[in-house]
Design a protein around this ligand. Sequence first.
Ligand SMILES: [Fe+2]
Length: 351
Amino acid sequence: MSTTVTEIQEIAAQTNESFTIRDLVDFSGRTYGDWRDEFHRNGCVVIKNVISPDRAKYYCDKQIEWLKNFDLGFDEKDESTWTAEHLPVSFKGGYKPRHRMYYAYAATHEKIAWEARTEPAVVKIFEDLWETKELLCSFDGMNISLPRRKDLNWSPWPHCDQNPDRKGMQAVQGLLNFAPNGPKDGGLMLMKGSAKLFDEFFAQKRDQYDHEDAPPPELKYMDLFLFHDRDLEWFKERGCEMIKVNMEPGDFVLWDSRTMHYACLPEGDQIRHVQYICMTPRRFATPRALELKKFCFENFIGTTHWPHCNIRPAAEKPMRDGQVCPKDRAEPFEKPVITEQVLKLAGVKEY
Ligand SMILES: [Fe+2]
Protein backbone atom coordinates (compact mmCIF):
# COMPACT_ATOMS: atom_id res chain seq x y z
CA MET A 1 0.00 0.00 0.00
CA SER A 2 1.74 3.19 -1.10
CA THR A 3 -0.60 5.50 0.81
CA THR A 4 -1.39 4.46 4.35
CA VAL A 5 -4.94 4.06 5.52
CA THR A 6 -4.53 6.88 8.06
CA GLU A 7 -3.30 9.18 5.31
CA ILE A 8 -6.17 8.31 3.03
CA GLN A 9 -8.70 8.83 5.85
CA GLU A 10 -7.16 12.22 6.52
CA ILE A 11 -7.48 13.08 2.84
CA ALA A 12 -11.06 11.81 2.80
CA ALA A 13 -11.91 13.95 5.84
CA GLN A 14 -10.38 17.03 4.23
CA THR A 15 -12.23 16.56 0.97
CA ASN A 16 -14.63 19.40 1.61
CA GLU A 17 -17.75 18.25 -0.08
CA SER A 18 -20.35 20.91 -0.39
CA PHE A 19 -23.75 19.55 0.46
CA THR A 20 -26.32 19.44 -2.29
CA ILE A 21 -29.60 20.78 -1.02
CA ARG A 22 -32.18 19.27 -3.34
CA ASP A 23 -33.24 15.90 -4.76
CA LEU A 24 -30.52 14.69 -7.10
CA VAL A 25 -33.21 13.38 -9.41
CA ASP A 26 -36.62 15.00 -9.57
CA PHE A 27 -39.14 12.17 -9.43
CA SER A 28 -42.15 14.37 -8.84
CA GLY A 29 -45.20 13.65 -10.93
CA ARG A 30 -44.00 10.24 -12.08
CA THR A 31 -45.98 7.05 -11.67
CA TYR A 32 -44.69 3.63 -12.57
CA GLY A 33 -47.32 1.06 -11.66
CA ASP A 34 -44.80 -0.92 -9.61
CA TRP A 35 -42.91 -0.81 -6.27
CA ARG A 36 -41.45 2.56 -7.17
CA ASP A 37 -44.77 4.29 -6.54
CA GLU A 38 -44.83 2.96 -2.97
CA PHE A 39 -41.18 3.86 -2.51
CA HIS A 40 -41.68 7.45 -3.60
CA ARG A 41 -44.80 7.71 -1.45
CA ASN A 42 -43.38 6.26 1.79
CA GLY A 43 -39.62 6.51 1.37
CA CYS A 44 -39.33 2.75 1.80
CA VAL A 45 -40.55 -0.47 0.19
CA VAL A 46 -40.11 -4.24 0.43
CA ILE A 47 -39.55 -5.98 -2.90
CA LYS A 48 -40.45 -9.68 -2.76
CA ASN A 49 -38.57 -12.68 -4.19
CA VAL A 50 -35.61 -10.82 -5.63
CA ILE A 51 -33.57 -13.99 -5.40
CA SER A 52 -34.85 -17.54 -5.02
CA PRO A 53 -35.11 -19.30 -1.63
CA ASP A 54 -32.36 -21.69 -2.78
CA ARG A 55 -30.07 -18.82 -3.62
CA ALA A 56 -30.84 -17.19 -0.26
CA LYS A 57 -29.94 -20.47 1.47
CA TYR A 58 -26.62 -20.43 -0.38
CA TYR A 59 -25.80 -17.04 1.16
CA CYS A 60 -26.83 -18.19 4.67
CA ASP A 61 -24.55 -21.20 4.39
CA LYS A 62 -21.67 -19.11 3.04
CA GLN A 63 -22.04 -16.57 5.85
CA ILE A 64 -21.85 -19.38 8.45
CA GLU A 65 -18.81 -20.75 6.62
CA TRP A 66 -17.27 -17.26 6.81
CA LEU A 67 -17.71 -17.19 10.61
CA LYS A 68 -16.14 -20.64 10.88
CA ASN A 69 -13.19 -19.67 8.69
CA PHE A 70 -11.79 -17.74 11.65
CA ASP A 71 -11.22 -20.96 13.63
CA LEU A 72 -12.39 -19.41 16.87
CA GLY A 73 -14.54 -22.39 17.82
CA PHE A 74 -17.83 -21.04 16.55
CA ASP A 75 -20.34 -23.80 15.85
CA GLU A 76 -23.75 -22.82 14.51
CA LYS A 77 -25.22 -25.95 16.13
CA ASP A 78 -23.77 -25.26 19.59
CA GLU A 79 -25.29 -22.19 21.17
CA SER A 80 -22.64 -22.03 23.88
CA THR A 81 -20.22 -20.89 21.17
CA TRP A 82 -22.39 -17.93 20.17
CA THR A 83 -20.25 -15.47 22.07
CA ALA A 84 -17.74 -12.78 21.19
CA GLU A 85 -14.69 -14.95 21.89
CA HIS A 86 -15.78 -17.41 19.20
CA LEU A 87 -16.70 -14.79 16.65
CA PRO A 88 -14.88 -12.21 14.56
CA VAL A 89 -15.21 -8.66 15.90
CA SER A 90 -18.27 -6.98 14.45
CA PHE A 91 -18.17 -3.25 14.31
CA LYS A 92 -18.28 -0.26 12.11
CA GLY A 93 -15.33 2.06 11.97
CA GLY A 94 -13.89 1.48 15.41
CA TYR A 95 -16.98 1.60 17.56
CA LYS A 96 -19.19 -1.29 18.43
CA PRO A 97 -22.84 -0.95 17.71
CA ARG A 98 -24.82 -3.78 19.21
CA HIS A 99 -25.99 -4.97 15.86
CA ARG A 100 -23.79 -7.47 14.16
CA MET A 101 -22.40 -5.76 11.13
CA TYR A 102 -19.10 -6.92 9.78
CA TYR A 103 -16.83 -4.30 8.23
CA ALA A 104 -13.36 -5.52 9.16
CA TYR A 105 -11.41 -8.55 7.89
CA ALA A 106 -12.06 -7.44 4.30
CA ALA A 107 -15.61 -8.80 4.76
CA THR A 108 -17.02 -6.08 2.55
CA HIS A 109 -15.13 -7.56 -0.41
CA GLU A 110 -15.74 -11.26 0.17
CA LYS A 111 -16.84 -13.12 -2.93
CA ILE A 112 -20.34 -13.55 -1.44
CA ALA A 113 -20.67 -9.81 -0.85
CA TRP A 114 -19.88 -9.09 -4.49
CA GLU A 115 -22.10 -11.95 -5.65
CA ALA A 116 -25.01 -10.41 -3.76
CA ARG A 117 -24.28 -6.94 -5.18
CA THR A 118 -24.26 -8.31 -8.71
CA GLU A 119 -27.40 -10.46 -8.49
CA PRO A 120 -29.15 -9.37 -11.69
CA ALA A 121 -32.46 -8.63 -9.95
CA VAL A 122 -30.69 -6.58 -7.27
CA VAL A 123 -28.92 -4.42 -9.83
CA LYS A 124 -32.19 -4.04 -11.72
CA ILE A 125 -33.88 -2.53 -8.63
CA PHE A 126 -31.38 0.31 -8.60
CA GLU A 127 -31.42 0.68 -12.40
CA ASP A 128 -35.19 1.01 -12.31
CA LEU A 129 -35.13 3.39 -9.38
CA TRP A 130 -32.51 5.77 -10.75
CA GLU A 131 -33.47 5.23 -14.42
CA THR A 132 -29.88 4.60 -15.45
CA LYS A 133 -27.65 1.57 -15.88
CA GLU A 134 -24.55 3.52 -14.88
CA LEU A 135 -24.37 2.84 -11.17
CA LEU A 136 -21.89 2.73 -8.34
CA CYS A 137 -22.28 0.49 -5.31
CA SER A 138 -21.18 0.97 -1.71
CA PHE A 139 -18.74 -1.46 -0.11
CA ASP A 140 -21.11 -2.28 2.70
CA GLY A 141 -21.02 -4.95 5.34
CA MET A 142 -22.96 -8.09 6.01
CA ASN A 143 -24.96 -8.68 9.13
CA ILE A 144 -25.12 -12.04 10.89
CA SER A 145 -27.12 -11.71 14.10
CA LEU A 146 -27.27 -14.66 16.45
CA PRO A 147 -30.34 -14.68 18.72
CA ARG A 148 -30.19 -15.04 22.51
CA ARG A 149 -26.67 -13.68 22.83
CA LYS A 150 -25.98 -13.53 26.55
CA ASP A 151 -22.94 -11.32 26.19
CA LEU A 152 -24.66 -8.33 24.62
CA ASN A 153 -26.51 -5.37 26.01
CA TRP A 154 -28.66 -3.68 23.55
CA SER A 155 -30.71 -0.54 23.26
CA PRO A 156 -32.21 0.89 20.11
CA TRP A 157 -30.50 3.82 18.48
CA PRO A 158 -32.80 5.39 15.94
CA HIS A 159 -30.78 7.31 13.39
CA CYS A 160 -30.63 8.33 9.79
CA ASP A 161 -27.66 8.01 7.49
CA GLN A 162 -27.91 11.39 5.82
CA ASN A 163 -26.35 14.60 7.07
CA PRO A 164 -29.07 17.11 8.11
CA ASP A 165 -27.37 19.68 5.86
CA ARG A 166 -27.91 17.56 2.77
CA LYS A 167 -31.47 18.06 1.60
CA GLY A 168 -33.62 16.04 -0.74
CA MET A 169 -33.22 12.42 -1.82
CA GLN A 170 -29.56 11.85 -2.47
CA ALA A 171 -29.05 8.21 -1.61
CA VAL A 172 -30.99 5.07 -0.90
CA GLN A 173 -30.02 2.10 1.21
CA GLY A 174 -30.99 -1.48 0.81
CA LEU A 175 -30.53 -4.90 2.22
CA LEU A 176 -30.92 -8.32 0.73
CA ASN A 177 -32.42 -10.71 3.25
CA PHE A 178 -31.39 -14.37 3.29
CA ALA A 179 -33.13 -16.03 6.27
CA PRO A 180 -36.77 -16.03 7.42
CA ASN A 181 -37.26 -12.78 9.31
CA GLY A 182 -40.50 -12.46 11.26
CA PRO A 183 -41.63 -10.19 14.10
CA LYS A 184 -39.49 -12.00 16.72
CA ASP A 185 -36.41 -12.34 14.56
CA GLY A 186 -35.08 -8.86 15.03
CA GLY A 187 -34.05 -6.84 12.07
CA LEU A 188 -34.90 -3.57 10.48
CA MET A 189 -37.17 -0.98 12.08
CA LEU A 190 -38.19 1.90 9.83
CA MET A 191 -40.04 5.13 10.60
CA LYS A 192 -42.26 4.91 7.56
CA GLY A 193 -42.81 8.32 5.99
CA SER A 194 -39.98 10.07 7.84
CA ALA A 195 -37.88 10.75 4.73
CA LYS A 196 -40.44 13.22 3.46
CA LEU A 197 -40.33 15.15 6.76
CA PHE A 198 -36.53 15.33 6.89
CA ASP A 199 -36.27 18.94 5.70
CA GLU A 200 -39.07 20.08 7.99
CA PHE A 201 -37.54 18.34 11.01
CA PHE A 202 -34.11 19.81 10.40
CA ALA A 203 -35.43 23.29 9.56
CA GLN A 204 -34.74 24.02 13.20
CA LYS A 205 -31.53 23.23 15.03
CA ARG A 206 -31.61 19.72 16.44
CA ASP A 207 -29.10 18.23 18.82
CA GLN A 208 -28.05 14.63 18.47
CA TYR A 209 -28.75 11.99 21.06
CA ASP A 210 -25.56 10.93 22.79
CA HIS A 211 -26.03 7.16 22.65
CA GLU A 212 -23.47 4.97 24.41
CA ASP A 213 -22.95 3.03 21.19
CA ALA A 214 -22.49 6.10 19.02
CA PRO A 215 -19.20 6.54 17.25
CA PRO A 216 -16.81 8.99 18.93
CA PRO A 217 -16.89 12.41 17.21
CA GLU A 218 -13.28 12.13 16.00
CA LEU A 219 -14.39 9.42 13.58
CA LYS A 220 -16.19 12.13 11.61
CA TYR A 221 -19.13 10.27 10.20
CA MET A 222 -20.41 12.77 7.73
CA ASP A 223 -23.80 11.18 7.26
CA LEU A 224 -25.16 10.04 10.58
CA PHE A 225 -27.69 11.63 12.90
CA LEU A 226 -28.90 10.03 16.14
CA PHE A 227 -32.39 10.89 17.27
CA HIS A 228 -33.76 11.48 20.76
CA ASP A 229 -36.87 9.59 21.94
CA ARG A 230 -38.83 12.84 21.75
CA ASP A 231 -37.95 13.03 18.04
CA LEU A 232 -39.77 9.74 17.44
CA GLU A 233 -42.88 11.39 18.85
CA TRP A 234 -42.37 14.38 16.53
CA PHE A 235 -42.52 12.08 13.50
CA LYS A 236 -45.43 9.99 14.86
CA GLU A 237 -47.48 13.12 15.52
CA ARG A 238 -47.09 13.92 11.83
CA GLY A 239 -48.44 10.57 10.65
CA CYS A 240 -45.29 8.43 10.50
CA GLU A 241 -45.32 4.90 11.81
CA MET A 242 -42.45 2.85 13.25
CA ILE A 243 -42.62 -0.53 11.53
CA LYS A 244 -40.68 -3.76 11.87
CA VAL A 245 -39.87 -4.94 8.36
CA ASN A 246 -40.69 -8.65 8.14
CA MET A 247 -39.11 -10.49 5.26
CA GLU A 248 -38.83 -13.87 3.66
CA PRO A 249 -35.60 -15.29 2.26
CA GLY A 250 -34.81 -13.53 -1.00
CA ASP A 251 -36.69 -10.30 -0.22
CA PHE A 252 -35.09 -6.89 -0.54
CA VAL A 253 -35.87 -3.73 1.40
CA LEU A 254 -35.04 -0.31 0.08
CA TRP A 255 -35.21 2.96 1.98
CA ASP A 256 -34.44 6.60 1.37
CA SER A 257 -31.35 7.47 3.44
CA ARG A 258 -33.29 10.25 5.18
CA THR A 259 -35.53 7.61 6.81
CA MET A 260 -35.18 7.13 10.56
CA HIS A 261 -34.28 3.50 11.26
CA TYR A 262 -32.49 1.05 13.52
CA ALA A 263 -31.97 -2.68 13.88
CA CYS A 264 -33.68 -4.59 16.66
CA LEU A 265 -32.05 -7.63 18.16
CA PRO A 266 -33.43 -11.10 17.35
CA GLU A 267 -35.44 -12.77 20.11
CA GLY A 268 -36.57 -15.94 18.36
CA ASP A 269 -34.47 -18.92 17.26
CA GLN A 270 -33.57 -17.74 13.83
CA ILE A 271 -30.15 -16.36 12.86
CA ARG A 272 -30.45 -13.17 10.84
CA HIS A 273 -28.51 -13.15 7.58
CA VAL A 274 -28.28 -9.94 5.58
CA GLN A 275 -26.12 -8.15 3.03
CA TYR A 276 -26.38 -4.36 2.91
CA ILE A 277 -26.40 -3.06 -0.67
CA CYS A 278 -26.65 0.54 -1.87
CA MET A 279 -26.32 1.96 -5.37
CA THR A 280 -26.49 5.45 -6.85
CA PRO A 281 -25.72 6.86 -10.31
CA ARG A 282 -22.05 7.24 -11.18
CA ARG A 283 -22.72 10.77 -12.43
CA PHE A 284 -23.27 11.89 -8.81
CA ALA A 285 -19.62 11.16 -7.97
CA THR A 286 -16.70 13.56 -8.20
CA PRO A 287 -13.37 12.39 -9.65
CA ARG A 288 -11.97 12.58 -6.10
CA ALA A 289 -14.68 10.27 -4.75
CA LEU A 290 -13.95 7.80 -7.55
CA GLU A 291 -10.25 7.86 -6.64
CA LEU A 292 -11.06 7.08 -3.02
CA LYS A 293 -13.37 4.27 -4.08
CA LYS A 294 -10.63 2.79 -6.22
CA PHE A 295 -8.26 2.86 -3.25
CA CYS A 296 -10.83 1.09 -1.07
CA PHE A 297 -11.64 -1.47 -3.75
CA GLU A 298 -8.02 -2.35 -4.44
CA ASN A 299 -7.26 -2.71 -0.74
CA PHE A 300 -10.44 -4.62 0.21
CA ILE A 301 -11.61 -1.78 2.48
CA GLY A 302 -15.24 -1.01 3.25
CA THR A 303 -17.02 2.33 2.93
CA THR A 304 -20.11 4.00 4.37
CA HIS A 305 -23.54 3.25 2.91
CA TRP A 306 -22.94 6.07 0.42
CA PRO A 307 -21.88 4.86 -3.02
CA HIS A 308 -20.96 8.18 -4.67
CA CYS A 309 -19.75 10.46 -1.86
CA ASN A 310 -18.68 10.33 1.78
CA ILE A 311 -16.25 7.62 0.76
CA ARG A 312 -14.83 7.08 4.21
CA PRO A 313 -12.46 4.11 4.25
CA ALA A 314 -13.65 1.80 7.05
CA ALA A 315 -10.14 0.74 7.86
CA GLU A 316 -10.06 0.68 11.65
CA LYS A 317 -8.60 -2.52 13.02
CA PRO A 318 -10.90 -4.99 14.75
CA MET A 319 -10.00 -4.67 18.45
CA ARG A 320 -10.26 -7.59 20.85
CA ASP A 321 -9.53 -6.99 24.54
CA GLY A 322 -7.66 -3.80 23.75
CA GLN A 323 -5.50 -5.36 21.07
CA VAL A 324 -5.80 -5.87 17.36
CA CYS A 325 -7.62 -9.15 16.83
CA PRO A 326 -5.04 -11.83 16.00
CA LYS A 327 -7.37 -12.94 13.22
CA ASP A 328 -7.21 -9.55 11.53
CA ARG A 329 -6.73 -9.93 7.80
CA ALA A 330 -6.34 -7.61 4.83
CA GLU A 331 -7.84 -9.92 2.23
CA PRO A 332 -11.10 -11.82 1.93
CA PHE A 333 -11.06 -15.57 2.53
CA GLU A 334 -12.57 -15.93 -0.92
CA LYS A 335 -11.72 -13.12 -3.29
CA PRO A 336 -14.41 -11.86 -5.64
CA VAL A 337 -14.36 -12.76 -9.29
CA ILE A 338 -13.36 -9.51 -10.97
CA THR A 339 -15.71 -8.94 -13.87
CA GLU A 340 -16.36 -5.90 -16.01
CA GLN A 341 -19.55 -5.33 -13.99
CA VAL A 342 -17.72 -5.48 -10.66
CA LEU A 343 -15.16 -2.91 -11.84
CA LYS A 344 -17.90 -0.60 -13.06
CA LEU A 345 -19.98 -0.85 -9.88
CA ALA A 346 -16.80 -0.27 -7.85
CA GLY A 347 -16.23 2.92 -9.81
CA VAL A 348 -12.85 1.69 -11.05
CA LYS A 349 -13.95 1.41 -14.67
CA GLU A 350 -15.99 3.88 -16.67
CA TYR A 351 -19.23 2.87 -18.33
FE1 LIG B 1 -28.25 3.03 9.35
